[in-house]
Design a protein around this ligand. Structure first.
Ligand SMILES: NC(=O)c1ccc[n+]([C@@H]2O[C@H](COP(=O)([O-])OP(=O)(O)OC[C@H]3O[C@@H](n4cnc5c(N)ncnc54)[C@H](OP(=O)(O)O)[C@@H]3O)[C@@H](O)[C@H]2O)c1
Length: 253
């Protein structure tokens, strides 16, 4: 089978777990060399070993990308280590839920710092490299895939600031898409419904119980479902851009 990302390089943020981990593996299966960004270096190293076993190159880039300097450094280390940058998957994120009145403002800041600022800083640093890759073989097109959320399409009680960050991801993605379209850098946003990952475990037990109760007894998405979605987006032909995909568990209303 032809591997459609052969000769290209991808950077995946939040590759140490969940959707990011599955996406890094998926892009490597398609032949991409992959830079793995996140704070938990041990997890990234395990993933790099797994990717290497499959015959692809993986670069571990431990970083907290909530500052412009760290995000830029992660991008530069990728280009230095792997030679170029064709695909950026902005996936790292944090979801801390609860009522807005009386909320811990530090929780709000942490979500905005990673879900929005980290994503934008990384995109800012990556754009010059993506524009360059889009002018070159093998694909003559490059991609930014931003992981938004169903909560970036509709706001829900208990998720005011998480939703605000994900609405922001949608707005940023659409404006950037318009700015880069002429240079063949595609910008997409993927908006998952509920996926079975570690995301909700960062909340206190009582909030986790609330999330479980609100969702009901449904079969949730798996990380691989979203990795497949990202894989679909970045392997489209050069003339085709998938701007936005909302992916729900079938039973999630
Ligand atoms: N799970 C869902 O139901 C769902 C639904 C819609 C959207 N999403 C979105 O999907 C994305 C991935 O989440 P997930 O569900 O896969 O959850 P997850 O397993 O908790 O993954 C989150 C990832 O983000 C990384 N991260 C967090 N803060 C970071 C920072 N400051 N610097 C660098 N990396 C950081 C984490 O790595 P380290 O801790 O190692 O840094 C981790 O790899 C998020 O943007 C989330 O909002 C998830």
């Amino acid at each position: 089978m032809t591997r459609r990302l052969e000769g290209t390089v991808a950077l995946v943020t939040g590759a140490s777990s969940g959707i990011g981990r599955a996406t890094a593996l998926e892009l490597a299966r398609e032949g991409a060399s992959v830079a793995l960004v996140g704070r938990r270096e041990d997890r990234l190293s395990d993933l790099a070993a797994e990717i290497s076993k499959g015959g692809e190159q993986a670069l571990v880039v431990p970083a907290d990308i909530t500052t412009p300097q760290a995000a830029a450094e992660a991008v530069e280390r990728t280009v230095e280590g792997l030679g170029r940058l064709d695909t950026l998957v902005n996936n790292a994120g944090l979801m801390l839920l609860g009522p807005a009145p009386g909320a811990d403002l530090e929780d709000w800041r942490r979500m905005i710092d990673i879900n929005l600022m980290g994503l934008m800083y990384t995109a800012h640093a990556a754009v010059p490299h993506l524009v360059k890759a889009a002018s070159q073989e093998p694909r003559r097109v490059a991609d930014i895939v931003n992981i938004g959320s169903l909560a970036g399409r509709s706001a829900f009680a208990m998720s005011a600031v998480y939703s605000a960050t994900k609405f922001g991801v949608g707005a940023f993605s659409e404006a950037l898409r318009q700015e880069l379209a002429g240079r063949h850098v595609r910008v997409s946003v993927v908006e998952p419904g509920s996926v079975d990952t570690e995301l909700r475990t960062h909340n206190p037990a009582v909030i986790q119980q609330h999330i479980v109760a609100a969702l009901g007894d449904i079969e949730r998405l798996q990380s691989q479902d979203i990795a497949d979605t990202v894989g679909y987006i970045v392997t489209r032909p050069r003339h085709m851009a998938v701007a936005e995909l909302l992916v729900r568990p079938t039973e999630q209303v």
